[in-house]
Design a protein around this ligand. Sequence first.
Ligand SMILES: [Zn+2]
Length: 321
Amino acid sequence: MEHLLGFDIGGTKTEVSLFALGGGDGEFKVSTSSGRSDLKVIASKRMPTARDEGYEPYLKNLLDLISSVTNEASIKIEDLKGMGLGLPGSVHPESGKMLNGNTHMMIGKDVAGDLREALNFKTPIAVNNDASCFALAEALCGAGLKYETDHGLPVSKQQSIGIILGTGCGGGLINAGRILNGGKGGGGEIGHTTLITDGHPCYCGRLGCAELYLAGPAFEKNMPGKKATEIFELATKEDPAALAVVNDYRQKLCDFLINLNNFYDPHFIVLGGGVSKQELIYKDLEENLGKKMFVSGKVPNVYQHQLSDSAGVLGAAIMVL
Ligand SMILES: [Zn+2]
């Protein structure tokens, strides 16, 4: 049996999972160019990313975590089919270095290259940003399979967008089972496209970026003292102030998705991250998209994420397939 290692390196936590490929009893079905296979998590560990402690201590802890996971499953590093890394920022498609992101100690670092050297790993290590890994996992193992069932279009012919609405707002574009990387490592940064002209200033230097209005912290800004989950709970009870905040969010999300749809024309859009768990954001969403899209009648399905929180490590691992 073959094994893959997937890394989901976030700004606050790091998860490493070891997957067995093709045992026939895996919890995840994956559609690849060579057909259907299945994957099963056989060992998984997490640790805090501890970004304030710097890169070298982080790398040492990461190597310890890898040893712990592979030892638990009695798998040798040299026997792995491959590894994939999801990083919390933009990744250069050729060098694998992280170009930007809120985990500053990783900017300019070649995490994959450093792991390869430390582990003496010979097989290629795939690396991409975490939102693209989420989008790939959903396209090949989650929402893509649902779309295939609903519409009869195989995963290998689908186009999709995966969007994480969490602490920030990031995205990944998928075309026929592959991540669309762009040319220079700046692709998929959909959270930093203008949603509100002359809107709030963003840390990226622009005004009115989508992330400021669509990520979780937007709710706390609009209703100080309340978390997003509390605001949605109040909205379901028809609280007027909470309902106004949620309806404003729904409008902005709709505008944002129309922008993406008019640009990319995906078969479906899949939403992940904390905000995506709120059922209210899906209410009338597809119908509202259809009212304003440039090409009417071609509304994409908008799916809630189909995979658990393991989508990040799964997407990272299956990049090497
Ligand atoms: Zn921005």
